[in-house]
Write a protein that binds this ligand. Structure first.
Ligand code: BEZ
Ligand code: FE
Length: 286
């Protein structure tokens, strides 16, 4: 293995994995080298360009800590997160489609009684969210753990706001015997993903906007079913066709219906205009 050149170096590198006794690792690294070398052959980077690429990835790593994951954001904005999601959640029948988790999920959100509010301390237009969780065959599922989280009407999650030390606009519900869930929130708005790091520079340099259409996040867990991570997007939002992270699917778009002041479906009297979002979920058996 001497005198390697641009025609034979790929095979030479791949041959070095011959002794790897983990077949999956061997397959993954072989494919990585093949595609990485093909990328370099395609792009023919100058040495300065390659150094810039290394520096970009280094800065991406330096941006990461326990609160910020710039590599996931890079994966999101290059469409890789949604590609991995699509490969791992090929949906059949009436199961709800999945989409990107995003960086703002916090594990074990506060348990909240059915029908309760998750944003009483937040300014914004009231939003009543309700629906039913069913098996993909259509039977109601009780005891499903439904985690919800969302931005406020200005597009910020609680974890992005300084001085906010208790959870807000995030909660955990459990479906009742009828499989239903319900809660009060505020109408979310479109918002930009974090742009103060290398990913923001990439978006700026390529003329891309950083916005996501307004949505509410859901994570549903039930024994015997695949965990569902998804979002319900607001019909009419101007970013539905250009989501910065490629997460919108038609089946996840609903009208957040405008309602005048008055009685809501749960009997609550709302003194200002409010909105109603109804969404039923189907879970896929394991
Ligand atoms: C979100 O919807 O919370 C999100 C998803 C991907 C990147 C940034 C934010
Ligand atoms: Fe979000």
């Amino acid at each position: 293995m001497r005198n390697l050149n641009e025609n034979n170096i790929t095979d030479a590198v791949i041959a070095r994995f011959q002794g790897c006794d983990d077949p999956r690792l061997k397959a993954v690294l072989t494919s990585l080298v093949k595609h990485l070398h093909a990328f370099v052959r395609d792009v023919e980077p100058t040495e300065q360009e390659w150094a810039f690429g290394i520096d970009f990835l280094t800065r991406t790593g330096h941006m990461c800590d326990d609160k910020r994951q710039e590599f996931i954001l890079l994966s999101d904005t290059l469409g890789v997160t949604m590609l991995v999601d699509a490969i791992n959640h090929r949906i059949a029948g009436k199961a709800t489609e999945s989409t990107v988790l995003g960086p703002f999920y916090v594990a074990d959100p506060p348990e909240t009684p059915m029908g309760g509010g998750i944003g009483w301390n937040v300014e914004g237009e009231p939003l009543f969210v309700e629906g039913q969780v069913r098996s993909a065959e259509g039977s109601p599922l009780s005891g499903v753990v439904v985690d919800v989280w969302q931005s406020d009407g200005d597009g910020f999650y609680d974890v992005q706001k300084s001085g906010m030390d208790s959870p807000s606009l995030r909660a955990r519900f459990r479906t009742g015997a009828d499989g239903r869930y319900a809660f009060w929130a505020v109408t979310p708005s479109a918002y930009p993903i974090p742009t103060d790091g290398p990913v923001g520079q990439m978006l700026e340099a390529t003329g891309r906007h950083p916005y996501r259409p307004a949505h509410v996040h859901f994570m549903l867990k039930a024994d015997g079913f695949e965990t569902l991570v998804t979002q319900v997007f607001a019909e009419g939002d101007s970013y539905l066709d250009s989501d910065a992270v490629f997460g919108v699917k038609d089946s996840l778009v609903r009208t957040y219906e405008q309602r005048p002041p008055g009685k809501a479906p749960d009997g609550r009297v709302v003194e200002r205009p409010w909105r109603h979002l109804s969404y039923d979920f189907g879970l896929k058996p394991l």
